[in-house]
Structure formats: C-alpha cells, structure tokens
Design a binder for this molecule. Structure first.
Ligand SMILES: Nc1ncnc2c1ncn2[C@@H]1O[C@H](COP(=O)(O)OP(=O)(O)OP(=O)(O)O)[C@@H](O)[C@H]1O
Ligand SMILES: [Mg+2]
Length: 335
C-alpha cells in the first residue's frame, strides 16, 4: 500500500541542487495527500530559483510514479522563507579570547567528527572579515538562491556551509565593513540561509570578545560554547575572559579544547610540548567544563587545510574529539 512513509523515503533520495541534501533533509516537504491513486505534494519554495523548482517538480513526479501501483502525482509550491523552514537542534559556537589559536580548525574538525557519527551538520562562518571555512573545505561552489533566501554550499562529506567568502566575486576580496553591516550579515546567515533540518550547526566565531562575537551571542540561539586555547602564558587570562563573556551572556560552556598541545616526533617516539606544559586541566577547571580534546601540532593537518582537504584528515584525535563533544551535548534525536 502507498503510505506517507514510503513517499517520504522516495523523496529522501532527491537531492536539492546546490545544497546536495535531500528534499526531506532540507525540510522542504510541506504536505502529502494520498487519495484514489493520486498523490499531491506541496513543497516549500524557500530559496529555490524558478528553474530549480521546475527541475524538482519533474523529479518528484518521476519518483512518485515509480512507486507501487504507479500513482499519479502533482506537485505544487507554497511560499515560505528559510527562517520558517529551518529546524536546527543544536547551535554550538567555537570561541576564543584571541586570534590565531585554531578556532576555525576546531570548528572544522568538530563538524567533521559529528558528521562521521552520522549527524546532519552545518557550519556558519561568522568571521565576516577573516573567513576561513571555505578554504579549509575546498569549497569554491557559487551560492544559489532566490528572492527569499540562499542555499548553503555542501562539502564533499555533506557538511553544509555558509561564509561571506562564498558570496564574494573572488576569495581574495577584502571585506572592510563596519560593525552594523557585519552584524546584519551574520543575522542573514541565520535567517535567510536554507539550512533545513540539522542536528548541529557549528558557528565559527571571529576572534576575541568584542563586537562581532557579541552579535552572534545575541542573535543566534546558541546552545553551547566550546572554548579553544593554546598552552601559552597569556592564554589563562584570555580563556578566563572568554569564560566571563559566556557567563555574562548566560550561555553554557560545553568544554574546552587545547590546540597545539604538543608536537609528536615519530623518529624518537616522543611528544614535545613546544609551547610549554599543557594547561588543559587548569583551563577546564577555570571554565567549569570538561577538556574535550588536546590537538597536536600536525604539519600534515596544516597541509590538508591549505589544500582544502581537511575532510581527509583521519587521526584518532578527531574521533576522540567527536566522542567527547557528543558526550558533552545531550545527543539530539537524529533527523
Ligand atoms: N594543531 C594544528 N596543527 C597544525 N596547524 C595548525 C593547527 N592549528 C592551527 N593550525 C594552523 O594555524 C592557522 C590558524 O588556525 P585557524 O585559522 O584555525 O585559527 P583561528 O583561531 O580561527 O584564527 P582567527 O583568529 O584568525 O580566526 C591555520 O593556517 C591552521 O592550518
Ligand atoms: Mg578563524
């Protein structure tokens, strides 16, 4: 018998061009009516260009007619904005009190680790003046969309991302906007991007505790913060600043990640603490949250980031990071 479940299962095979996740995962299926050998499907038009809507319409009719009993199918589009469609279970912000400690790297690895566990994951690059997510993931696809919104760009492993770099004519273009404009861009990335259904949206924050990270904390419903630091002297003070900011904004800290913790030299089978002794335990204590991971300085990782191949990095540190993050967050039901 033709059921709603069977129809949804078949629609889950249809990718939305650009985002490359299915109609179902993008939450675009609004209504299904089954009556007398006929199926009526209403889809949301959010962020879909006319030509994409037409393409999807034809594919949906195709897929439905292949189902048991070859039912007739009709497809209509209802107006909707991404904001009304998006269903995001957890918004996790990656933060640090200072620049260049590896926030974007940790944001990328966190997304990868969660994706490898089978979750639906997106990355919102909230660093408008220094975006680095697209480069790490080798994303150079152009963003598509319509009057109502835009579609994120999908990585090779199916992580959705939005970054100002994906909207600029050339990736070298500088963004020299002032605060209010930056704030508006971040709000638009939240409200006008069709993220669909996501288990996790990872937000890569700009460095520091100034204007832009503040905007993110005020605009987005952050469910938890991960603080990144390196084992250097000044770090303790900087981590404490970040912790204070998170507390003032009433956001919970999921944990801390120590980056550039050590360098492993295989020839002598030794870990060298280049930037000084690990301060993982001390920082976890200061944040009142667990130490989620300690990442080594790994030249192979830096190379993969430069080449846009961060998703090829496979090391047990990533698996461990994913496991401890999943433990720190109450795992949502998989969408
Ligand atoms: N553990 C590591 N091993 C090797 N290279 C690393 C490591 N962590 C960071 N890097 C390299 O250091 C550089 C800075 O990292 P990243 O961009 O993640 O820092 P950030 O905190 O996001 O910086 P910003 O404050 O400018 O946003 C990158 O080029 C990255 O490849
Ligand atoms: Mg960064």
């Amino acid at each position: 018998m033709l059921t709603r479940e069977k129809i949804l299962e078949s629609l889950d095979t249809l990718p939305v061009p650009g985002a490359m996740r299915s109609l179902v995962k993008m939450n675009l299926v609004r209504d299904i009516k089954i009556a007398d050998h006929k199926v009526d499907i209403a889809l949301a038009s959010a962020a879909l260009a006319e030509s994409t809507q037409q393409w999807l319409k034809e594919r949906v009719v195709d897929v439905i007619q292949k189902l048991e009993g070859a039912p007739e199918a009709s497809v209509s589009f209802t107006d909707a904005k991404p904001k009304e469609i998006n269903q995001i279970n957890n918004v996790i912000a990656i933060m640090s009190g200072k620049g260049g400690v590896g926030k974007s790297l940790v944001a990328g690895l966190t997304a990868i680790a969660l994706r490898r566990q089978g979750f639906e994951v997106g990355i919102l690059d909230a660093d408008i003046t220094g975006p680095s997510i697209p480069k790490m993931f080798g994303m150079n696809g152009r963003v598509t969309g319509s009057e109502t919104g835009i579609l994120p760009v999908s990585s090779r492993s199916g992580i959705e991302a939005m970054s100002i770099n994906l909207l600029l004519p050339s990736e070298d273009d500088a963004v020299i906007w002032r605060g209010p404009l930056i704030g508006r861009a971040i709000t638009q990335f939240w409200e006008e991007v069709l993220w669909g259904k996501l288990d996790y949206l990872i937000v890569d924050l700009p460095p520091g505790t100034a204007d832009a990270p503040l905007t993110v904390m005020q605009t987005l419903p952050i469910s938890g913060i991960i603080i990144v630091f390196t084992p250097q002297d000044l770090t303790a003070m900087i981590v404490k600043k970040a912790v204070k900011m998170a507390r003032q904004m009433d956001k919970s800290i999921l944990g801390v990640v120590e980056n550039m913790s050590y360098l492993y030299v295989p020839e002598i089978d030794k870990k060298i603490e280049l930037f000084g002794k690990s301060r993982g335990a001390e920082m976890a204590h200061a944040a009142g949250a667990p130490l989620l991971g300690q990442l080594p300085i790994d030249p192979a990782l830096a190379k993969l980031c430069d080449e846009g191949n961060i998703e090829l990095y496979s090391d047990e540190v990533v698996d461990k990071l994913g496991e401890s993050i999943a433990r720190a967050i109450k795992p949502p039901a998989k969408s």
